[in-house]
Design a protein. Structure first.
Length: 341
């Protein structure tokens, strides 16, 4: 309709002798512009849809234009989280209405995070521990929420109903549910450098490379293998335990109902490990990731082109990897959404 009116106006001007070639050229250019705009409306694929939500299970990357710089990741039972380089926290979940997926507003200066099945602990740079998630867990872990009672915390770890805190002096504090003795920290346990809470059992790594375990032992998850030494990292799963030795080999024990304690025979050159509920991740020196155990939701289907990884985290039925460029890749039951940014 618009171009018919313009042509009519052009003919009127021609009849009055006031039209010239320049005027007709301008009108013709305008018509072409209108035709192009109409074509874009008819074919939306020509427009930039920057709000697209990306499924990382299919495309394990984050859009470059919105690429944040993450420095730490953790996968829990419900939520998955990442710390950005400004100390803020990003959370994404299958159900974003879950309480564990709603961190406190204005949460900043976070240095470490640990996620349980339905709750999260965040350790701030000033030693304050922040909690969010289901209320009954909060009631079980009151002391961890009160920094006036616990100070100088350097590490935290979340179990199913209990939590561990490592202090600067190398001692360990446990709070929460004491089901199966998960909070019964051995007397005189000192010189601890790392902690990990399984579901209802706990692990502590001492500075001499030895491992101490306590709590639930229904599946032998607290039976540290005899002569196990030179351990540099520990990780507790649902009912199994995983450790990394200084020679780059991995040892697992406890439940093996999904093959989670069957460490691949050829696995070596490992620099980091993470035990999920029923699966495990291992990060190799070359920046690649190996997974084994339960694969009910694809949590062991490591993306084929995944490389340059610097950190890993295994959760309930999801897996996370942090790459050298600061991007996060997720696979399994949870897909990383750009909307979480």
């Amino acid at each position: 309709m618009i171009w018919l009116i313009l042509l009519k106006e052009a003919n009127m001007k021609k009849n009055t002798g006031k039209s010239n070639g320049k005027g007709l050229f301008m009108i013709f250019s305008l018509i072409l512009s209108l035709v192009f705009i109409a074509g874009c409306i008819m074919n939306p694929s020509t427009l930039n849809t920057s709000s697209e939500v990306r499924d990382v299970t299919k495309t394990p990357t984050i859009t470059t234009s919105q690429k944040p710089m993450f420095v730490e990741i953790t996968a829990g039972g419900m939520p998955a989280l990442a710390i950005k380089n400004n100390g803020s926290v990003v959370v994404w979940c299958e159900n974003m209405n879950d309480l564990s997926c709603k961190p406190p507003e204005h949460l900043t200066n976070v240095s470490s995070i640990s996620a349980g099945p339905q709750y999260v602990l965040a350790l701030k740079q000033d030693g304050i521990v922040v909690f969010w998630g289901i209320p009954d867990i909060k009631e079980q872990i009151p002391t961890l929420m009160n920094v006036s009672k616990i100070s100088n915390i350097t590490a935290i770890s979340s179990g199913c109903g209990h939590a561990l805190a490592l202090k600067e002096d190398g001692t360990v504090i446990a709070r929460g549910s004491n089901l199966a003795g998960a909070m019964d920290v051995p007397a005189n346990l000192t010189n601890v450098t790392n902690i990990s809470a399984g579901c209802y059992h706990s692990l502590a790594l001492k500075n001499d490379g030895n491992v101490v375990a306590w709590g639930s032992n229904e599946y032998g998850q607290a039976d540290v293998p005899i002569n196990l030494e030179n351990v540099v990292q520990i990780s507790g799963g649902l009912h199994h335990s995983l450790v990394l030795k200084n020679d780059g080999t991995v040892v697992a024990w406890g439940s093996n109902e999904n093959g989670q304690s069957d460490v691949p025979i050829t696995l070596n050159n490992v620099i980091a490990i993470s035990a999920g509920y029923r699966h495990n991740l291992a990060l190799k020196k070359d920046g690649t990731v190996v997974a084994w155990g339960s694969n009910t939701n694809g949590q062991c289907d490591v993306p084929i082109d995944l490389k340059n990884v610097i950190a890993i985290s295994a959760g309930g039925a999801q897996s996370l990897a942090l790459k050298k460029d600061g991007t996060v890749v997720s696979w399994g039951v949870l897909k990383f959404h750009e909307s979480a940014l």
